[in-house]
Design a protein around this ligand. Structure first.
Ligand SMILES: NC(=O)c1ccc[n+]([C@@H]2O[C@H](COP(=O)([O-])OP(=O)(O)OC[C@H]3O[C@@H](n4cnc5c(N)ncnc54)[C@H](O)[C@@H]3O)[C@@H](O)[C@H]2O)c1
Ligand SMILES: [Zn+2]
Length: 363
């Protein structure tokens, strides 16, 4: 399956399927100008779990840099290491960089590609469910000690090659986390699809075929939005549904404390409660979603570990704060997002309401 992504700055395709690495890379190399060198950036866990398959199926010679896993990969130190590696390997503007891993490897590699010699081509080879989101759309970043993703660039890949084979070694937690972004894509685009997702008996136990269709749908939602608004001036903000409160709780938990998608589900419930006030979302639906999240093992209890005062400090630091005002993506109804400014005092009120609802549903 191929999904075109047509952004203002660059056009490319997402190729998705099972065991497609060899054929997709081969056809990409036919299309691209000849690379003088292929470099693969990956992380320790990915390389341990999938390095053999990758080496056996990657049809060209390459040099590999194995980096620390998780958010550590997106540190200033690792950013420097990665550049040093490219310099040592005598990479030029004609070299091609492969980002082989989850969102962390993808974000770091994309930013390295954007900055090495003012920009070299790179390809995303995502290995997590979450990366169906992060690998598409060209947001690249590293973290600053004072905040996540604060340093980065919009820089689109030459292609995204999504071999479902790689998802076979994901932990249950990473599957759960990645499915949160699939659910987000359904929430902001399509009620029927969302209802289908909510009837899945176990979100961590989906067949490969089914998963591939969900990932394709998610990528289509993202591709459509970034085609319209590459640099988040308007509709791209919708992709932040669940991410304002979600980022605050993710930061409060310390990066790595909660998986990104776990925090996003927590944030989506908060956004639903706000959507009851500003849109037509019903309390019944919010409760149904909360119950679904609870039944599927999303760690909602984390909310009670952090008083609102702790979250507040992170909320006001969010990148979505514009002219000092907090911006939330809310839903008129499922599939119809909009952006709403919310006062901090109302955030506190809704936070209290959330905690009460959690006590009611998660007995
Ligand atoms: N650029 C964007 O648009 C965007 C969007 C969403 C999230 N993000 C970023 O993505 C990151 C989260 O991405 P993620 O959830 O993929 O996290 P990740 O890249 O940290 O991967 C999660 C963990 O799973 C391991 N892993 C990855 N693939 C594996 C596989 N196939 N088998 C076994 N283990 C594997 C990793 O080593 C890591 O320990 C965050 O840094 C977030 O900021 C970026
Ligand atoms: Zn996200």
């Amino acid at each position: 399956m191929r999904i075109p992504v047509n952004t203002a700055s660059h056009q490319y395709e997402v190729v998705i399927g099972n065991n497609i690495l060899t054929s997709a890379i081969a056809s990409l190399y036919e299309e691209l100008p000849k690379a003088d060198k292929t470099i693969v950036f990956t992380d320790k866990n990915v390389w341990e779990a999938q390095g053999n398959y990758f080496s056996e199926n990657f049809p060209y010679p390459f040099e590999v840099l194995v980096m620390p896993a998780g958010e550590e990969c997106k540190s200033f130190e690792n950013f420097k290491e990665a550049h040093s590696f490219l310099i040592e390997q005598k990479c030029t503007r004609k070299s091609l960089l492969m980002a082989f891993g989850g969102g962390a490897v993808g974000d770091l590699s994309g930013f390295v590609a954007a900055t090495y010699m003012r920009g070299i081509p790179f390809v995303q080879i995502p290995t997590t469910i979450l990366a169906h989101d992060s690998a598409v759309g060209g947001k690249t970043a590293i973290n600053h000690p004072q905040g996540k993703n604060l340093i980065g660039a919009f820089y689109q890949p030459e292609a995204v090659i999504y071999d479902i084979h790689f998802l076979g070694s994901l932990s249950e937690r990473e599957i759960r986390s990645g499915m949160a972004e699939v659910i987000k894509h359904a929430m902001i685009s399509n009620e029927i699809w969302l209802q289908e997702l909510l009837t899945i008996p176990s979100i961590t136990n989906i067949s490969n075929e089914q998963l591939a269709t969900y990932l394709k749908s998610g990528i289509e939602v993202k591709a459509k939005i970034v085609a319209e608004d590459e640099t988040e001036q308007s509709v791209r903000k919708y992709l932040n549904f669940g991410h304002t409160y979600g980022h605050a709780i993710e930061a409060a938990a310390g990066y790595g404390g909660l998986a990104h998608g776990e925090a996003v589900v927590i944030g989506m419930i908060y956004a639903l409660i706000l959507s009851e006030r500003y849109g037509k979302v019903t309390r019944t639906f919010t409760k149904t979603f909360l119950q679904f999240a609870y039944d599927n093992g999303y760690p909602l209890e984390a909310v009670s570990n952090y008083p609102f005062e702790t979250l507040e400090a992170f909320l006001v630091k969010d990148k979505k704060v514009e002219y000092g005002e907090l911006q939330f993506v809310l839903l008129h109804t499922i599939g119809e997002p909009f952006v709403q400014t919310i006062e901090l005092s109302e955030c506190r009120e809704v936070d209290l309401e959330y905690r009460a609802l959690l006590m009611e549903v998660c007995k």
